[in-house]
Design a binder for this molecule. Structure first.
Ligand SMILES: Nc1ncnc2c1ncn2[C@@H]1O[C@H](COP(=O)(O)OP(=O)(O)OP(=O)(O)O)[C@@H](O)[C@H]1O
Length: 600
């Protein structure tokens, strides 16, 4: 059985000794039998992956070319950083994102241009068809019941850049019996889930078809064949809702082990084999506390494909121990994929130190905000707001209500605050003073409550029937009379917030051209008030408006919050509330988007 041991370099835990096993039981790089092309190592006994770090262990690192490679890359990074600096934008003093080298982006861009169909990629036909089914099931078209267009939408599906790069890279040696480590990073809403799911499904299917003896010997065992790890129960739910479609199309046994699922249920499912398990590191580690399971290590010894989604969260200081113990307990995996929408510098250092042979796959648009984004900044210090961010928030919501966009659909909006303690206050004011339907979502809610509150926002927008429109008129009259001066609207799809210099450009995807906005058109908006931890990675369907009540503290937070709209090239609007104390870099964001600069 391959050894998969790891010592966390003390640097990682801020110099403190970690409770992770000492360096001597460390993660030691095995003597590679054959030089691997992409820096992976194996030996005759299968996959043995250990690399010793920590005090005085440098000499154990058996592959000098490794260290050279690592040092040359660091030098080359430095040379290019100066060029890169002109192209990138330091977001505040807490930017913290890794700078992406131009040359990598150029090399990948040519590959992305060449491969325009899933048919150009090495994927089993059944897996390719299953992937398209999933994308159709998750697209807005399907949810709007425009059935006659579903077939043409299906034909129009093209692999996204991160899917081209990841599938192309992994398919080269997908079935090779050695450990392959890949870190995939791409902008929010760019299809990263399918980028790792297609190779995972292809791997499992090929294992069945290409090694029938192995398959027949394991298919009736109580084993887990692949694991997708995510940081929150919401993401367990979301990723599971994506993969469960494969039960019919590919006969996979899938299971989500999240909050509210007992271990009895898990054991029942395990008896008939689990092909794809979606869970959190803590839940998987609870396997070792279930008395009726005597050999949890045997159950995990057959796991051959592991994905860490939102890996920058799973490897940050508060998570790295649980994540490390989880990975260590799947020692025979052939694939370990780290997936994220951002590469924070700390995450990059953790990856390079703990998994030095990891190969990174990133897209040219990584750390760039979507150009389909309409980014507006409103200054609360200006009249009539007189410093009240709550007033600005209320006016923005009011203007969105009356702007004629999303005709026939229930409007929804996500409001991000920096501190979870502000969520209840903003919700209370929006509902009691301004008559909105807003809900607050924080980690203090139970997982079930959070899923319940999220439903309206995750699913596609609700089609409005006549009575719901009439019913909301009454509601709306209430909202209008008390707190909002009359709105100035004009036929050019523009709605002006009174007494301010803000014009809401309503030329969005589905504003009807000749739609003149009248007060009776306004319908109440569903508002979700939350922090970015609760929204990270969630694939909100068709959310057109995001409001940043507080200026995000880091570019990482900005990227993830903004990424809840404008997903997969759809258009969206972001309103950021600032005041006279806000630093100038925040005001530069609209021009960063226009100039297509990357954040660092
Ligand atoms: N090739 C494709 N063509 C069209 N739509 C796609 C394609 N691949 C994925 N999608 C859809 O794009 C949406 C966003 O995908 P996904 O949630 O995987 O993005 P992501 O990159 O993981 O975003 P985040 O970084 O926010 O987690 C989903 O609804 C998915 O079904």
């Amino acid at each position: 059985m391959g050894l998969f041991r790891l010592a966390v370099n003390p640097l990682l835990s801020g110099g403190k000794r970690t409770s992770i096993p000492k360096a001597k039981k460390a993660f030691r790089l095995a003597k590679s039998v054959g030089n691997s092309k992409d820096g992976n190592y194996n030996n005759k006994k299968g996959t043995r992956f250990t690399n010793s770090y920590g005090k005085g262990n440098k000499k154990d690192v058996s592959s000098n070319q490794f260290t050279d490679l690592y040092n040359t890359r660091r030098k080359s990074d430095k040379n290019h950083n100066s060029v890169q600096q002109q192209m990138s934008f330091k977001y505040g003093e807490f930017g913290g994102l890794k700078e992406i080298l131009d040359e990598d982006a150029e090399r990948d861009a040519s590959l992305i241009e060449k491969i325009t169909e899933f048919e150009h990629l090495k994927i089993l036909p059944a897996v390719r068809a299953a992937a398209k089914d999933i994308i159709v099931n998750e697209s807005l078209i399907k949810s709007m019941k425009m059935s006659e267009e579903i077939e043409s939408f299906r034909k129009s599906i093209r692999p996204s850049p991160i899917q081209v790069l990841t599938i192309k890279k992994l398919s080269k040696d997908l079935m090779a019996p050695k450990l392959k480590l890949n870190a995939i990073a791409a902008e929010t809403g760019s299809g990263k889930t399918m980028a790792y799911l297609i190779p995972l499904m292809d791997y499992l299917k090929r294992q069945e078809l290409e090694t029938p003896d192995v398959w027949n010997s394991i298919k009736d065992n109580a084993i887990i064949r692949s694991v997708i790890l995510v940081p929150t129960h919401e993401l367990v739910h979301q990723v599971y809702s994506t993969i469960k479609n494969t039960e019919d199309s590919l006969n996979f046994h899938t299971y989500k082990w999240g909050s509210g699922t007992s271990h009895e249920e898990f054991i029942e499912k395990l008896k008939s084999r689990i092909d794809i398990l979606v869970t959190t590191p803590a839940k998987l580690l609870s396997l070792f506390k279930i008395r009726v399971i005597s050999r949890p290590d045997k159950i995990l010894s057959q796991v051959k494909f592991v994905v860490l989604d939102e890996a920058d969260t799973l490897l940050d200081r508060s998570w790295v121990e649980d994540t490390y113990h989880t990975i260590k307990n799947m020692p025979n995996t052939n694939h370990l994929i780290f997936c994220s929408a951002t590469i924070p510098n700390e995450f990059n250092k953790t990856l390079e130190r703990l998994f030095p042979t990891v190969t990174s796959i990133s897209t040219p648009r990584l750390h760039k905000l979507p150009q389909s984004l309409n980014f507006k900044i409103i200054n609360a210090s200006l009249n009539p707001f007189k410093g009240s961010k709550m007033k600005v928030l209320a006016q923005i919501l009011y203007a969105i209500m009356h702007d004629g966009t999303e005709p026939g659909l229930e409007k929804r909006c996500i409001v991000f605050v920096n501190e979870k303690k502000h969520v209840p206050k903003v919700v209370e004011l929006l509902n009691s003073k301004y008559g909105h339907h807003s809900v607050g979502l924080t980690g203090s809610d139970s997982a079930e409550e959070r899923l319940q509150k999220l439903k309206v926002f995750i699913n596609s927008p609700k089609q409005l029937t006549n009575e719901s429109a009439q019913q909301s008129d009454v509601q709306n009259e209430m909202v209008d009379q008390e707190n909002h001066p009359s709105m100035e609207t004009n036929h050019t799809n523009e709605v002006k917030i009174p007494n301010s210099n803000i014009i809401l450009d309503t030329s969005m995807d589905n504003a009807q051209e000749d739609h003149t906005v009248t007060l009776s058109d306004a319908l109440p908006i569903r508002v979700l008030v939350t922090t970015d931890l609760m929204a990270r990675g969630l694939n909100f369907q068709g959310i057109k408006n995001i409001i940043l009540y507080d200026v995000p503290k880091t570019s990482i937070d900005l990227v993830h919050r903004v990424g809840r709209t404008s997903r997969m090239k759809q258009r969206g609007r972001v309103f950021m509330i600032i005041d006279n104390k806000t630093r100038s870099w925040a005001k530069a964001i609209p021009s960063i988007i226009r100039k297509n600069k990357s954040l660092t």
